[in-house]
Design a protein around this ligand. Structure first.
Ligand code: COA
Length: 293
């Protein structure tokens, strides 16, 4: 078995209707593809309808399942409501909301205009809030149960990170929302979980986060204890599990999938991995010698 193999059994998402925001490209597209392969119907949303239509056609041809492209800027509540109404009209019900749409770019914070900061907060935090509120209220009003909201956050949602401060601020808010509503809305039959991915290369994110030859200079795979970046199928496997009924008892959880990247930065002595093997004999001798003094 390989780690890029598909994890869930055939038909594991049959009967599930799923909305994936930002589903037209990148990780959203990869997760959508796998949901369709597992038998779900998926509505994908973004600002760019042409791109969505192309993706929907490509994925329908590939998987034989239904993929509905819907234009929606998650920053605007009226557009989210409209999108929700269109999905309900097409699918009848919605079982899963995957808040995947995001915006981010690297910048020293002092270079950001107030509008630049707002733009990221609006897409990430307000967008997630808009979709969660629209679908959550709908599920409550119709007493439709066994629903799931899955939010994509990031490992710096709890550590913070320099140079992506609006994103860190917004993702921290999304994480707080995930955990809060996991408790408050469990009584309505909703589950809330989050995934915190480490480096999973996609064109959209890489162009904005490691532009030019920065990717080579920073070499993300060197930051990861497992010495590699993530494969999209690995993330799709985890997402499919979390939106499936196999995870019915998982609620309020954030699952990190980063090869150990963030914890490597946290452990005080983790940098000792740079010490060559042969030096450990000397170091051990020096430490043991202290005992007799
Ligand atoms: N550095 C500093 N400021 C920047 C910037 C950069 N690299 N890129 C955009 N901005 C500023 C703009 O100047 C503008 O502020 P201003 O009006 O004060 O000048 C503000 O951010 C909004 O930019 P704009 O291009 O008008 O917004 P948009 O809604 O069209 O695009 C972005 C939103 C900037 C987040 C764009 O990168 C995007 O669409 N991203 C979506 C996909 C994505 O980010 N994927 C990666 C996820 S990890």
């Amino acid at each position: 078995m390989k780690y890029t193999d598909k994890m869930l059994r055939e038909g594991a998402l049959k009967g599930k209707n799923i909305v994936v925001t930002g589903g037209g490209s990148g990780l959203g597209k990869s997760m959508t593809r796998y949901f369709l392969e597992l038998g779900a119907k998926v509505a994908i949303t973004s600002r760019n309808l042409e791109k969505l239509k192309n993706t929907a056609k490509e994925l329908e041809d590939e998987t034989g399942s239904t993929c509905l492209p819907l234009q929606c800027d998650v920053r605007h509540y009226d557009q989210v409501e409209e999108m929700k109404n269109q999905v309900i009209e097409a699918f009848g019900t919605v079982d899963v909301l995957l808040n995947n749409a995001a915006g981010n770019f690297i910048s020293p914070t002092e270079r950001l205009s107030a509008n630049a900061f707002d733009t990221i907060i609006d897409i990430v935090l307000k967008g997630t809030k808009n979709c969660t509120l629209a679908f959550g209220k709908h599920w409550i009003d119709t007493q439709y149960k066994n629903t799931t909201v899955l939010n994509i956050v990031t490992t710096y949602a709890w550590t913070g990170s320099a140079y992506v401060v609006p994103s860190a601020t917004a993702k921290a808010g999304v994480l707080a929302m995930t955990r809060s509503l996991a408790v408050e809305w469990a009584k309505y039959g909703m589950r809330f979980n989050a995934i915190a991915p480490g480096p999973f290369p996609t064109k959209g994110a890489w162009d904005r986060l490691v532009p030019g030859d920065l990717a080579e200079k920073l070499d993300f795979s060197k930051r990861v204890p497992l010495s590699r970046t993530g494969e999209h199928q690995e993330l799709a496997n985890l997402a499919a599990y979390l939106v499936s009924d196999f995870s019915a008892y998982v609620n309020g959880e954030v699952i990190t999938i980063d090869g150990g990247e963030w914890i490597k930065g946290a452990g005080q002595f983790n940098l000792l991995e740079q010490v060559p093997e042969e030096m450990w004999d000397q170091l051990e001798a020096m430490i043991r010698a202290k005992k007799n003094k």
